[in-house]
Design a protein around this ligand. Structure first.
Ligand code: NAD
Ligand code: ZN
Length: 354
């Protein structure tokens, strides 16, 4: 399938197809005049797919250099970015040469930021290799690195020239990351795509999941694309993508990013908030239990054993907070969300944990 992302002169296409990795050579060739291509990846992905990307791009006539950074969030920093700039210079890249990220969200965000800034911007392409990267980080044009004071604090909006999603690459992804990324897909279903949510409700086995993964990716990419098209620079409507994230980030931070992955935090955030808004009459009856059933099926957590008060200081830390106001994303029902701006004094009504 092909999804067109309409952003004026920054428009591009996202292709989703099994086996696409072995066909990206001609596809990238058709989209760029580059002679050289630098591939940014990490040292887990390079041994798995490095040779294949080298071969397919070389056969398409490119001079190829693969740059593998150490795997993991700890690499998404200025030091590693600086090493990547050095590698690009050493490869004698010019402004018309291109960069490809073949990776999860960490090298994807860092490589994208390198592309946005090296020589004031060179063309780039994404080949995302985790579920999270395929349905979330590679869509929308946000690129960044972390600073010691917080995540994604140095970044840019910089759209790729093309995104190539090969669901077969997920076969090597460890299960915890599969489930982690799917939390975001459940989120897309909740906020705007009831049909996607119902695909999850109908899943019975892990093999079912494998069978439906392409469909889940397509629904998710379409949902994120629609939101991004309406609000490319994240000034309003894009906030709906934060469903589950205000509490989710607080949960991640409360445990010093060591206990729960991002998707697990989001799963907890979506559940705690929806249980509460349902009790308050803001959400259709039965929604929270449907959501929790789906998340459990994906081995995702839906609660934590700490009192709500303990999370509030972490929420006050949220970079999305504006003074004494905070905007929560609340479900009206499965497939429909709305933004609700409340005073931070009211927060404890919205997160009750026992
Ligand atoms: P990641 O890139 O660290 O990948 C997770 C792990 O999976 C790594 O160990 C990686 O080496 C490994 N891996 C990747 N692909 C593999 C494959 N096919 N087979 C086997 N192992 C594989 O992390 P992630 O979860 O993909 O992304 C998280 C990052 O994404 C965070 O830094 C987050 O801030 C960012 N993010 C960005 C956006 C955005 O809009 N730009 C949105 C959401 C998240
Ligand atoms: Zn998220």
């Amino acid at each position: 399938a092909t999804v067109k992302v309409n952003l004026g002169k920054d428009s591009y296409e996202i292709e989703i197809e099994r086996g696409l990795l072995d066909r990206v050579g001609e596809k990238i060739r058709a989209l760029t005049k580059a002679e050289k291509i630098a591939v940014i990846t990490d040292d887990h992905v390079e041994p798995l797919y490095g040779e294949r990307i080298r071969k397919v791009l070389t056969e398409a006539g490119f001079d190829v250099r693969v740059i593998a950074i150490p795997a993991g969030e700890a690499s998404k920093n200025m030091k590693v970015l600086s090493d990547v700039y050095d590698a690009l210079s050493e490869f004698n890249m010019s402004r018309s040469d291109a960069l490809v990220t073949l990776s999860g969200g960490v090298p994807g965000d860092l490589g994208g930021f390198a592309a946005a800034t090296y020589m004031r911007g060179i063309p780039f392409f994404q080949i995302p290799t985790t579920i999270l990267a395929q349905i979330d980080s590679s869509v929308g044009g946000k690129v960044a690195v972390d600073l010691p004071s917080g995540k994604n604090l140095a970044g840019a909006f910089y759209q790729p020239k093309g995104v190539f999603i090969d669901p077969d690459l997920l076969k090597t992804l460890p299960t915890r990351y599969v489930h982690d990324g799917l939390a975001e897909a459940v989120k897309y279903g909740c906020i705007g795509d009831r049909e996607l949510f119902e695909i999850f409700e109908a899943l019975e086995t892990e093999e079912d999941l494998e069978k439906h993964i392409e469909e889940i990716i397509l629904h998710s990419v379409l949902q994120k694309t629609r939101v991004v098209e309406e609000d490319e620079f994240d000034t309003g409507k894009r906030q709906v993508l934060n469903f589950g994230h205000t509490i989710g980030h607080a949960v991640e931070r409360y445990f010093h990013y060591s206990t729960f992955t991002h998707g697990e935090g989001v799963a907890i955030g979506m559940s705690l908030l929806t249980e509460q808004t349902e009790k308050m009459g803001l959400t259709e009856k039965g929604t929270a239990s449907r959501l929790i059933r789906v998340l459990h099926k994906l081995s995702l957590p839906t609660s934590i054993g700490v009192p709500a008060e303990d999370l509030i200081p972490q929420i006050m830390h949220d970079k999305k907070r504006r003074g004494k106001k905070i905007t929560l994303v609340v479900l009206k029902k499965i497939g429909e969300a709305e933004l609700l701006t409340i005073s931070t004094d009211e927060l404890s009504r919205y997160i009750v944990t026992e």
